[in-house]
Design a protein around this ligand. Structure first.
Ligand code: MG
Length: 286
């Protein structure tokens, strides 16, 4: 069965930070979706996430599989941090997924952004955080509940761009009709518990509205960090040729709009609520 995806995404500065160091990428043409959460002094965090997403996209479009594309993104951030003293030490998380039209998903993952799969009413975390508290959980020194409140919960043990090379977790999943995938930064998961995330995803059918509502929930809970959410619905249906061409022209004009809004050229969704934020992809191919 051919599958298509309906994607809704939102990013928000939150209630406390003075700029947004998160970023995300939704590339309709090649079937690539990613979330990145940058860190570093000066403008380092936002440069790191934007640099990683753009390098990932370029490498993937050129034919690199997801693991190599994440390596290329690591190199791009690392080289820039060495070249510019103001950006020294910057890094970013990166959780990136590539999809084909049969629903095969390959995730490349570094850091503590997350991917979740909602299937048959259950929400399952499919990535493992590269974080201090996750290591303490694995060692039996913290319970997951304690970790949620631990002041060290934002300390990560692996990030893109800090070293000349990085170990990338690769996770493969076969998605099916009715699945919903969530990619998010820790600004969501440190503010909103997994049970609440699961409930909201279960009750809100529209991907774009679900993304907005998750961001709203994180802000309502305090919004202490930047919040980024991408919701991907997997729908098993063949597209008609008319809707396929319509979808492509629509996504092109929106890409131009986004590029104009963002000097870094990273494809962020438009903030204007009047714009439909659900994307439809048909017949995704690498
Ligand atoms: Mg964060």
């Amino acid at each position: 069965m051919r599958l298509h995806l309906q994607v809704g995404a939102a990013t928000d500065i939150g209630q406390v930070r003075d700029h947004n160091e998160d970023g995300y990428l939704v590339d309709h043409d090649v079937g690539l979706i990613a979330v990145a959460d940058g860190m570093g002094g000066h403008r380092g965090g936002e440069v790191a996430s934007a640099t990683a997403l753009e390098a990932l996209r370029v490498a993937f479009v050129a034919g690199a599989p997801i693991d190599e594309a994440v390596d290329v993104a690591n190199d791009a951030v690392h080289e820039q941090s060495i070249a510019d003293p103001k950006l020294r030490g910057m890094g970013t998380t990166l959780t990136a997924g590539s999809f084909d039209d049969e629903g095969h998903l390959v995730l490349g993952h570094v850091g503590d952004s997350r991917a979740y799969l909602a299937r048959d009413g259950e929400l399952e975390r499919v990535t493992t955080d590269h974080s201090l508290v996750e290591e303490l959980i694995q060692a039996g020194e913290l319970t997951p509940d304690e970790a949620e409140r631990d002041p060290r919960r934002s300390m990560i043990t692996r990030a893109l761009g800090l070293e000349p090379s990085v170990v990338v977790d690769i996770i493969e999943l076969d998605l099916r009709d009715g699945d919903r995938l969530l990619l998010c930064s820790d600004g969501l998961t440190t503010m909103v518990g997994e049970d609440d995330i699961a409930s909201l995803l279960a009750e809100e059918p529209d991907a774009a509205t679900a993304a907005d509502r998750l961001v709203d929930a994180a802000n309502a809970a305090g919004g202490v960090d930047n919040i980024t959410v991408v919701v991907i619905d997997v729908v098993g249906d063949a597209a008609s040729p008319e809707s396929e061409s319509e979808s492509e022209s629509e996504s092109e004009s929106e890409s131009d709009e986004r590029a104009a809004e963002r000097p870094d050229g990273v494809a962020h969704e438009p903030a204007d609520d009047a714009e439909p934020r659900t994307r439809r992809w048909f017949g995704l191919r690498r």
